[in-house]
Design a protein around this ligand. Structure first.
Ligand SMILES: Cc1cc2nc3c(=O)[nH]c(=O)nc-3n(C[C@H](O)[C@H](O)[C@H](O)COP(=O)(O)OP(=O)(O)OC[C@H]3O[C@@H](n4cnc5c(N)ncnc54)[C@H](O)[C@@H]3O)c2cc1C
Length: 422
């Protein structure tokens, strides 16, 4: 074991919880301090826009990343409701909002990010909502329970999940998006069209290619004017226009940030530009072969980077990060994405993409030449699992064979793997 005897983790979210569990699993018995500015022990954020938002208060699902006594049982000093206000890499010390100072041999920045604010909109007005934290989810849930209508700004994954949950609660929903199609940066046009039809079938209205020319907050709700002249009136507005990575500490400590995406630059071992400081999760920017520097905002990325960073801090080899994977649940569909989209992919389809199908099941596979790089699976998680090693290994496929549903995906993938092996 290396000479590391004290580790400070800044942030008490997904990456923080996985990192400290890994440290103890690896046999590290030194001091671990986790400092989080929220009042809650680390919790899973994906349910915030799904089960937590839809829940009746008394039945809110448990979303803790670790069981209640995990931190005390494993000798981890968890300090909640406390912010790390400054980091001094030269002396390897952090100052906390309660005035205390924590020295470290290694520090992990797991600071995540905050919902991007809409300029000019009073953030704490009662009709204005953002969704990043448990407290914000509870506030939005209470408001949706009393609302007849909501305007959601942003038709990304989060905005659409909120729209879907709000519809399931009987709220009239309008979704406003500046781009000409939903999820335009990450899915092909045919997928956007299918999803947009699904949104419409739920009773929500999508306003695509619209900028907001005016946003008023009268006492009884919101008034949103669109560039096409439409004026939407609703009881509340939810702004879901992306994430700003929390990098203030990193910046003031002089760490290198990515100029394009604003994330903390880390290498494959999650090391920052300071030898003692590592970073993991939504706050990071990392190089991905074939894509350049990316800031991945996903549950899986937070877990993988946390595991790798923890091992690297101890000088232990860790298996490399798993192939990127993401899921979303919306409009009665489970949508999973394997790999990352990139320019120039040609998508082939397996299964039916009929918008009228109430229980769709299909996979779209993005090919670079004959090599699959990106897969989108709707209600087809089992098939996607079978396909995973094909994508991981970059094996060529024949589009007709992939689309032929008379062969199971498991058998098709198995045959491809066997022929590659032999
Ligand atoms: C509503 C919602 C739904 C989602 N759904 C999905 C999904 O379906 N699938 C998926 O793959 N991903 C989903 N995600 C994304 C996923 O939850 C995140 O990628 C993941 O939580 C990132 O973990 P993290 O540890 O990097 O950051 P976080 O979990 O955000 O934790 C960071 C913590 O650090 C704290 N902090 C920041 N600065 C300081 C400081 N200076 N001092 C102390 N504490 C600080 C923050 O307040 C926060 O508590 C969703 C996210 C949200 C918000």
């Amino acid at each position: 074991m290396s000479a590391v005897s004290s580790i400070l983790v800044v942030g008490a979210g997904q990456a923080a919880a996985v990192a400290v569990a890994t440290l103890r699993d690896q046999g590290f018995d030194g001091r671990i301090t986790v400092v989080g500015d929220e009042a809650h022990a680390p919790y899973e954020r994906p349910p915030l826009s799904k089960a937590v938002l839809a829940a009746v208060e008394a039945d809110e699902p448990g979303i803790s990343v670790k069981e209640e006594d995990f931190f005390s049982a494993r000798g981890i000093d968890l300090r909640l409701g406390t912010e790390v206000v400054s980091l001094d890499p030269a002396s390897a010390q952090a100052t906390l909002s309660d005035g205390s100072i924590v020295a470290y041999d290694r520090c992990l920045l797991a600071t995540g990010g905050a919902a991007r604010r809409l300029p000019g909109l009073t953030p704490d007005a009662p009709q204005v909502h953002y969704l990043r934290t448990l407290d914000e989810a509870r506030r939005l849930r209470n408001a949706l329970r009393q609302a007849r209508s909501a305007v959601i700004i942003g038709a990304g994954f989060l905005g659409l999940e909120i729209a879907s949950t709000a519809r399931s609660m009987g709220v009239e929903v309008s979704v406003v998006e500046t781009a000409s199609r939903a999820l335009g940066r990450v899915v092909p046009e045919a997928f956007s069209n299918w999803l947009q039809a699904r949104v419409a079938a739920s009773g929500a209205t999508l306003y695509l290619g619209q900028s907001i020319t005016d946003l008023q907050l009268p006492a009884d709700g919101v008034r949103v004017s669109l560039s096409d002249g439409n004026v939407l009136q609703a009881d509340l507005v939810v702004v879901a226009v992306g994430l700003v990575p929390s990098t203030a500490l990193a910046q003031s400590a002089g760490l290198q940030l990515n100029a394009a995406n604003g994330g903390i630059e880390v290498d494959a071992l999650c090391r920052s530009s300071d030898a003692r400081i590592y970073a993991a999760g939504d706050c990071t920017s990392q190089h991905h072969e074939g894509h350049g520097a990316l800031r991945l905002e996903s549950w899986q990325n937070a877990n993988e980077q946390a595991r790798i960073a923890a091992c690297a801090m101890l000088g232990v080899d860790a298996p490399p990060a798993a192939f990127p994977w993401f899921w979303t649940d919306q409009f009665d569909c489970n949508i999973q994405m394997l790999g990352l989209p990139r320019a120039g992919l040609h998508y082939v389809l397996r299964g039916g993409i009929d918008p009228a199908d109430a229980s769709p099941k299909f996979i779209m596979l993005g090919l670079q030449g004959s090599v699959p790089r990106h897969a989108l699976a709707v209600n087809a998680g089992g098939d996607l699992r079978a396909l995973r090693p094909v994508l991981e290994r970059g094996l060529s496929i024949d589009a007709a064979g992939f689309s032929d549903t008379s062969t199971t995906m498991k058998a098709y993938a198995k045959a491809l793997l066997a022929s590659a092996a032999g």
